[in-house]
Design a protein around this ligand. Structure first.
Ligand code: ATP
Ligand code: RIB
Length: 305
């Protein structure tokens, strides 16, 4: 397997609203959809749609959502034989509001994702032996994320950490286990303790994160694109100009595209461009897994731009 994802699987319950509600307010929306999501699953589907072999290790619940979530993953070519169906709990759920300009609010109920532990890391070990890249996020318990990173690092596999959703700073021991960290602006700000809002502050944040032990930092800057820093270089990739419908899973699309390119040994600049292009395509469509492009769509898009 080229890419292994160890992470969350959610069913997204998505309400379309004219604008995001303020505290205490009741709003009338105009559409409701049930769409497969979850940061781990989205990143695995992004990789799978690009034709790169991928496997997801994690948990779904013993409910109907669990079956639907597995079906969506398998349709995208994601290997699910190491995904545990935990009959004693419900699947993870995300309650999402999306406004008329594509901005969103998300509430997570972890369900089975919250039960991921060292026994899941044991199920992960055999698939890691054939992997090039391990993709991690923070929608499963942190101690399981750290244990997975330790195993992958010891095996010489490239570890990519999307520190999402934001949860303040991370334990110092995690940074040296990570090859590439990919925060968005909110996550980067919380990690470094100063506001990250443009390329200059992103470069400063990247440098702080590298000093903590990561090899490469990619700061995702929404419609300002992304900034990448290694020991050798710092460069920016602008966002591709597209019409935004819904930014849910833009960050996951970026990580999936980037990981799929790294797994094929593409140069770093091309890998970051793949991330930005997959993310740009994803914001032109509604939903999480429903918005992720195929390899053919990506190639056509890159040819046009
Ligand atoms: P999410 O909405 O999934 O939480 P995120 O906050 O993690 O996303 P962003 O920084 O918003 O991540 O976006 C990730 C990447 O998606 C950006 O680095 C950029 O390449 C692309 N992107 C985001 N917004 C746009 C946009 N409006 N137009 C084109 N590309 C975009
Ligand atoms: O990154 C987007 C994802 O965050 C959604 O699919 C939702 O499930 C939440 O986990």
């Amino acid at each position: 397997m080229a890419v292994v994802v160890f992470g969350s699987v959610n069913m997204d319950l998505v309400a379309r609203v004219p604008r995001l509600p303020v505290p205490g307010e009741t709003l009338t929306g105009h559409q409701f959809d049930t769409i497969p999501g979850g940061k781990g699953a989205n990143q695995a589907v992004a990789v799978g749609r690009l034709g790169v072999p991928t496997q997801l290790v994690g948990r779904v619940g013993g409910d109907r959502f669990g079956q639907d979530l597995i079906a969506s993953l398998e349709t995208a070519g994601v290997g699910c034989d190491r995904l545990l169906i935990d009959q004693s709990i419900t699947s993870g759920v995300a309650v999402i509001a999306v406004d008329s300009v594509g901005e969103n609010h998300i509430i997570i109920i972890p369900g089975a994702n919250g039960r991921v532990d060292r026994t899941d890391v044991e199920r992960l070990k055999p698939v890691l032996s054939a992997a090039k890249v391990l993709l991690l996020q923070l929608e499963i318990p942190l101690n399981a994320v750290i244990a997975a990173a330790q195993v992958a690092k010891a095996a010489g596999i490239t570890v990519i950490l999307d520190p999402a959703p934001a949860q303040g700073n991370l334990p110092a021991e995690l940074y040296p286990l990570v090859d590439v960290i990919t925060p968005n602006q909110v996550e980067a700000s919380q990690l470094v303790g100063f506001p990250v809002k443009d390329r200059e502050t992103a470069a400063r944040a990247a440098s702080v994160l590298r000093q903590r032990g990561v090899q490469m930092a990619i700061v995702k800057l929404g419609k300002q694109g992304a900034l990448c820093q290694t020991a050798a270089e710092t460069f920016s990739i602008p966002a591709f100009p597209v019409e935004v419908v819904d930014t849910v899973a833009a960050g996951d699309a970026f990580n999936g595209g980037f990981a799929a390119a790294l797994a094929q040994d593409f140069p770093i600049q091309k890998a970051v461009t793949w991330g930005a292009a997959v993310a740009a395509l994803s914001v032109t469509k509604t939903g999480a897994q429903t918005s992720l492009p195929s390899l053919h769509e990506l190639e056509e898009f890159l040819e046009l731009h």
